[in-house]
Ligand binder design. Structure first.
Ligand SMILES: [Ca+2]
Length: 244
């Protein structure tokens, strides 16, 4: 019985690969009269693509109108052009690129950026069906509630109600203090308390944090509490003081 050794089997594929790769070349020689037969495939499809804004981070929120568009498209004959717009109308075609700096329209809220693609043969994304990316623009800092500092022997208890934020919501609080003097000018000044989030309890809509480390008995401690939203906007802060 005639059997082909396994090692010779692979040799059979070599000519086949050469044949197919030769056909592949033909598909792109659109302006050369090298073959009598027409190309076996006509590309009438628009590119397929996606767009995300600032890499589509989650939650996808920004406090700046300056963003980066991350663009990707594929096409049988190659992606040639793109058209980016804040509206549902394409107005300006430009060379296809996978990254583009973009300025969102001002005004907080959900923003949509649309992109249309065109391949090298002119097949374009349907005008009514652009690819879309979204991001929430929040440029408004949270509204401060009232911080209350209450002293007891060796410690000060701080309480505050939930601060409010439009646009993206409160992400975290920052509590800073000065021993003597006056309240820190902002929440980047003064000394930040350690482990604020971990050591804060929440009940009945009120946060409670007890501060003891670093206090000086008999000396007024000045506090400032700020809230930061998910877009990175930090409030001016609410201040209070107490003498432990
Ligand atoms: Ca906000």
């Amino acid at each position: 019985m005639l059997r082909l050794k396994k090692k010779y089997l692979s040799l059979l594929f070599v000519p086949l690969v050469l044949v197919f790769s030769g056909c592949g070349e033909d598909l792109f020689e659109t302006d050369e009269e090298t073959h009598a037969t027409p190309a076996p495939y006509a590309d009438t499809a628009a590119p397929i693509g996606t767009i995300t804004i600032n890499s589509g981070a989650s939650p996808n929120i920004t406090n700046s109108t300056s963003v980066t568009l991350n663009i990707s498209a594929t096409d049988y004959t190659g992606v040639s052009q793109m058209c980016v717009s804040d509206s549902t109308t394409c107005t300006t075609w430009e060379a296809y690129a996978i990254s583009k700096s973009w300025t969102l329209p001002t005004g907080d809220g959900l923003k949509t950026v649309n992109v249309w693609f065109k391949d090298t043969l002119g097949n374009a994304t349907a005008s009514a069906s652009p690819h879309s990316g979204t991001i929430t623009l929040d440029t408004t800092a949270p509204t401060d509630g009232t911080l209350t500092a209450t002293a007891s022997a060796g410690s000060i208890t701080l309480t505050w109600p939930v601060f409010l934020d439009t646009g993206s919501g409160i992400k975290n609080y920052t509590l800073v203090y000065n021993i003597g003097g006056s309240a820190p000018a902002d929440c980047a000044a003064g000394t930040a308390v350690a482990n604020l989030t971990a050591d804060t309890t929440f009940s009945g809509g009120v946060y409670t944090f007890t501060h003891s480390a670093g206090l000086t008995s008999g000396t007024t401690t000045y506090y400032r509490l700020c809230a930061t939203d998910w877009a990175g906007n930090t409030s001016v802060g609410s201040t209070d003081q107490a003498i432990p």
